[in-house]
Design a protein around this ligand. Sequence first.
Ligand code: GLN
Length: 272
Amino acid sequence: MSRPILQTLLRDARLPRLEVRMLLEHVLNKPRAWMLAHDTDPIESWQAQQYQALVTRRLAGEPMAYLVGHREFMGHDFAVTPDVLIPRPETELLVETALAWLADRPESAVLDLGTGSGVIAVSIALGAPQATVTATDISATALQMAVRNAARLNARVDFAQGSWYEALPPRARYDLIVSNPPYISRDDEHLGQGDLRFEPRGALTDGANGLRDLTTIVNGAVDRLRPGGTLWVEHGWDQAAAVRRLLTNAGFKNVSSLRDLPGIERISGGSL
Ligand code: GLN
């Protein structure tokens, strides 16, 4: 391929403008302002080829976050690969709720179960630097990602590998437990659509009705929280009442749900 000028590529109509720009920023490794100032520059043919390859993958449905290798969450830039779920804006509600709770109890021990790329644990550690944050995941490749993100953002987080509470020393206790577990039902048709097709199945569905891992987390929290301790979990749009019931049945008090920006009851929690 000859050397096209940047402007020609920026006008590529096969994808939304924002996506074109994000792919070019990634290929050229330059910020937007640079591209606007250099839009009549010819670009190297290997970069043009790399760009074309990314467009082809994007047109086949691969998520932007995997193509460019990162995604913003709570104002921080996190590395992401297909080993981990892509951070969702609605999960910021879980982090904001945790940080509000920690504002009155800054030296708390916090546990994030199933951390994936580490966005929740790292954002809490950065927003509440006096807290002690532990994060778990059953997936070794996910934990590597989380470790990398903690290092890249200078967050102090302890990591442990294993299934939910099994990752932890038997006597470890926490003041606040948070989790965004897989909560999509095995039969949900969304698993075969859009970005979800490319994300790790084990981070999306519990392989059951969507409440299996949530149940494990809620019931297990009773033995892992200190008196007065609090649990908040993220769940699906239609699971709030079921999760509140799980919390109440497990002995939690002050059980409530909070709505995300689109108005969906997205997290539920309670205290002991
Ligand atoms: N919120 C994600 C979705 O609906 C699911 C994430 C999860 O299962 N924790 O795409």
